[in-house]
Design a protein around this ligand. Structure first.
Ligand code: ZN
Length: 402
């Protein structure tokens, strides 16, 4: 057992981190030169959603604190992984941005010596949500860290991180985990059969969390099935509009269900922190803070809705990719092998050129939603495009420059 066990299919990245941990141990022994070469004080870990960025950050933090370079069993490893270690700060936000006030607190903590004499590790799990201002506040601490401080920033891609920050970090890129590695992990950690493990691994297309959800939860599989029925139901324009509406409504419901789970807890925690209902409370400040939270929660619910939609679109895209595989006789494995017969039928009725245009229509819809076009508008253009085999039903507004 080791702290790296949870990183599925990331052997090359793990090798780099292991070397860094060895270097860090050499630093602690007072060595210099090549022995410490693998170690750096600022890291940026990127990788596609669900590839395990924050797991990698946490495992690295644990290994730095562990006397055995990440055994996964000692107190150091366990507390670091769970976030309870006094010298490991895990910064994650469910909200849309990390604020300057939070960053100042981090900078203050980063400047302190580790209480247990090893490393002060700061893991920022959503470095892409640092506002420009927050990034500025962080910059100096990353540029000239205290000798025993290590920053580990995580983000989907380098482009998501403010340039001034990313230029000061060593970049570590995670890959999309291979299907076989994900399937192996699922059948090792969950009590499920091989068939289900392979199905979930294939369907998740490298997203570990999604793979777990598909393997464990019948309702998640059911929702996915509903999405994959769409291409077979597009008989006329009316059916297209209806399908678009259903996709949007389903996303709304799912996002709402997730929001209900956290919104109330966050509000209660904030009220308690503000001392609402107690003597020393300052109602005006409390109201302003609660209002800000409410706005953030609203914005988040909207983002979740878009995330759910995007996942549906990724599933649809995979289906048409399968159609193309069948049409071109490319011979690669189908992502939706269990739908092979339907996929072959769909493929026999249309041409590869049409399939490519349909895939384009889905890609354009994803871009449009990302660019904040009203989801229903984007989805309707897409389902009509899928029906007619065209992808020119929609022009995407230019993406705002950051
Ligand atoms: Zn350990």
């Amino acid at each position: 057992m080791s702290v790296w066990d949870d990183l599925v299919g990331q052997e090359p990245a793990v090798a780099v981190l292991r070397k860094a941990v060895e270097g860090a141990a050499a630093v602690l022994r007072g060595e210099r030169g090549p022995a410490v070469a693998g170690m750096t004080h600022a890291w940026l870990i990127t990788g596609p959603p669900g590839s395990g960025r924050s797991n990698a950050g946490r495992a690295f933090a644990a290994a730095l604190q562990c006397k055995n370079n990440g055994c996964g069993e000692c107190n150091e490893c366990r507390t670091a992984l769970s976030g309870a270690h006094p010298d490991v700060s895990l910064i994650r936000t469910e909200l849309l941005s990390i604020r300057v006030s939070e960053v100042r607190e981090l900078v203050r903590r980063a400047a302190m010596s580790p209480t247990q004499g090893r490393w002060q590790v700061m893991v920022v799990e959503d470095a892409d949500r640092l506002t420009e201002q927050a990034a500025d506040a962080l910059l100096k601490s990353i540029e000239e860290p205290s000798p025993r401080t290590v920053w580990v920033l995580c983000a989907p891609t380098v482009e998501d991180v403010v340039p001034t920050i990313r230029s000061r970090c060593r970049l570590l890129v995670l890959r999309t985990p291979p299907v076989a590695a994900v399937a192996e992990m699922l059948s090792r950690t969950l009590d499920i059969g091989q068939d289900l493990a392979w199905f979930a691994a294939r369907a998740a297309q490298g997203h570990i969390g999604r793979a777990r959800a598909l393997a464990r939860d019948e309702a998640v599989r059911e929702r996915r099935n509903k999405v994959l029925e769409v291409p077979f139901a597009l008989r006329d324009l009316g059916a297209c509009l209806k399908a678009a509406q259903r996709l949007v409504e389903a996303a709304k419901e799912e996002a709402k269900a997730s929001a209900e789970k956290v919104d109330e807890k966050e509000r209660a925690a904030l009220e308690q922190a503000l001392g609402v209902g107690t003597k020393g409370a300052r109602p005006r400040e409390a109201n302003a803070a609660l209002k800000e939270l409410e706005e953030q929660q609203k914005a988040r619910a909207k983002r979740w809705e878009r995330d759910v939609l995007d996942r549906s679109l990724v599933d649809l895209m995979a289906l048409y990719r399968d159609v193309l595989v069948v049409q071109t006789g490319a011979g690669s494995e189908l992502i939706n092998a269990e739908l092979q017969r339907n996929i072959e039928q769909l493929g026999s009725r249309t041409t590869p050129e049409q399939t490519v245009r349909r895939i384009d229509a889905i890609a354009m819809c994803r871009d449009a939603i990302e660019a904040n076009v009203a989801p229903l508008v984007a989805l309707e253009a897409m389902t009509v495009g899928l029906f007619e085999g065209r992808s020119d039903g929609f022009t995407i507004p230019r993406r705002p420059q950051r």
